[in-house]
Design a binder for this molecule. Sequence first.
Ligand code: C2E
Ligand code: MG
Ligand code: MG
Length: 626
Amino acid sequence: MSYAERALRTLSAGNRTLLRAQDEATLLQEMCRVIVDLGGYRMAWVGFAEHDEALTIRPMAHKGFEEGFFEIAHFTWAEGDSEDSRGPTSQAIRSGKPAVVQDTTKLSSSQLPIPLAETLRRGYASIAAFPLIIEGETIGNLTIFAAEPDAFDDCETGLLAEMADDLAFGIATLRMRERHRQSEETIRHMAFFDALTDLPNRSSVSEALTVEITQAQLENQSMAVLLVKIGRFQEISDTLGYQEGDHLIVEMGTRLRQIAGPNKSVARVGEDEFAIIMPRSSAEAAMRVAHHAMREVCDPVIFAGMAMDPHAHIGISLFPGHGNTPEALLRRAKIAAVQARRTACKYTLYKGTEDRESTRRLELMSELRSAIDQNELLLYCQPKVSIGSGEICGAEALVRWQHPQHGMIATGEFIALAEHAGLIMPLTRWVLEAAFRQSYAWYERGIRRPLSVNLSAQDLRDPRLIDRISGLFATWALPPELVQFELTESALMEDPAGALETLDRLKELGVELFIDDFGIGYSSLSYLQKLPVDSLKIDHSFVTSMLTNEGSAVIVHSTVELGHNLGLGVVAEGVESEALWDRLQALGCDTAQGHFVGRPFPTAQFDEWEAQSPWSHRPLSGATAH
Ligand code: C2E
Ligand code: MG
Ligand code: MG
């Protein structure tokens, strides 16, 4: 067999190897094997040119007669006179061109990477080294030793160089394949794992649940889903910053993963929500895990040097009882988590009804929007009477919604719904317009009856609120004392500084302001003193119970005193009986509102109500509209 012939054979076998190779190590090894076994060379090796300080050439694979060669030989592709830098392999890497030694016996030791005797002892008579080049950069070498001198003529060298190029191409292809695989892996990971906690995210929990549900169906097993809602996340992010908020989430993720152990999976399914999936589990087992998780989760976490106790509540749903789709199980576990907030132990099993409730709430939200647009709301009012004189001294505007199918919807319910659905501003606009129209109707007839309008926390943040109100005063030419505003103490406390600013601007319009539901919002005395308000309205929960509950009696009593000390008027809401009226009168409370005085009714019926009410009429003031 001629040299060229064996080189050709090697080349074609090498090509087959290239096509088959799945990973780099096997490819290099197989290439060396083909060269030695089929080509009949004495030894072949592949090295990679490292970019370390010594510019080492690291042997990666070899085949053939070697006998400790790599233990004595050290290769570098650095420029220089040292033994390691000489020899064809270094040259090939440095120059990017094949380097051939036709007869090693004619060289001195200093021209070889190992002592001449060692080279000769191994029968390496001639050497050809080829660079492996990928995209213009030499990444390593393919070095072949032949037992005969002058083994590498031009033709053979050319063929082997081609083979080295093919090998480099094969390496490049495998590396590119690996890079693609890694980026696919990263993309897949990102799609299914949460970046912060590295836990599975909502999409993968849905997939995992689908698999578990199918499995549970096959095995006739039940399974549980726990939804852990972490409390105080928003508070911590807002006050200490996002990093601390993230720290809380990461810490909770770690704790939950530990609790869950290997048989249950934990996922992050919302900003501050985790799910634990418990295959083959009963309600009882789920409650035990919830109990355990609650204890662990509520252990203090250190934030910026200080310890804080996290809160959590956990809802549990079960397959098949609470649903047989991932969505239903997660949704119901979440509803249960909300229910759990109101329980002492803060975890609970899903209880059927609220789901239907929330579907109804969703329907109601969209119906409320159109009710506002289509003017289906009604304006009711409830009179206020001055306790000292028994005179009617005003009325509170209360919105009502008469639903075509469900009848009258509880006001508290749809106000909360409007707050939730971002519908407060259009609702307030409707109420304001209705209240101004009604006020004007009274005023035009010479009745000076202040009508008070309730504002929500969101109204206080509406930058157009003040302009809208002053526009209405201008439109109807109403004196400012005829329209008043009530703001709940808790709405003010949501953003005390912002609320103070809005109240100041409202006050500049000359209107009277009331703090509504006073006593349940925890405002501080110093804050209260700054507020430009005229009266406090004691929350009806204290008023209605003041005769039977000592605590309520103390609150009512001290609110009357506090209000008067601050120079404010005091209104009692929820005056349901004469006995309450008498007691409030004895305490010196200024104004009463409640069923004893009069229930809310449509504003248009005020005259009828007044005509048959025992309360004295205000003397008509001479002022009328122009
Ligand atoms: P609020 O401003 O404290 O209104 C007083 C509530 O107490 C009214 O409930 C009234 O019907 C009820 N009430 C009256 N007398 C008695 C009584 O003797 N005993 C008891 N237990 N309750 C009595 P309503 O009309 O259901 O309104 C609930 C809340 O909804 C209001 O509480 C107010 O905060 C809000 N709201 C009502 N209308 C509007 C509105 O137009 N805009 C806004 N933003 N909120 C409104
Ligand atoms: Mg009110
Ligand atoms: Mg109130």
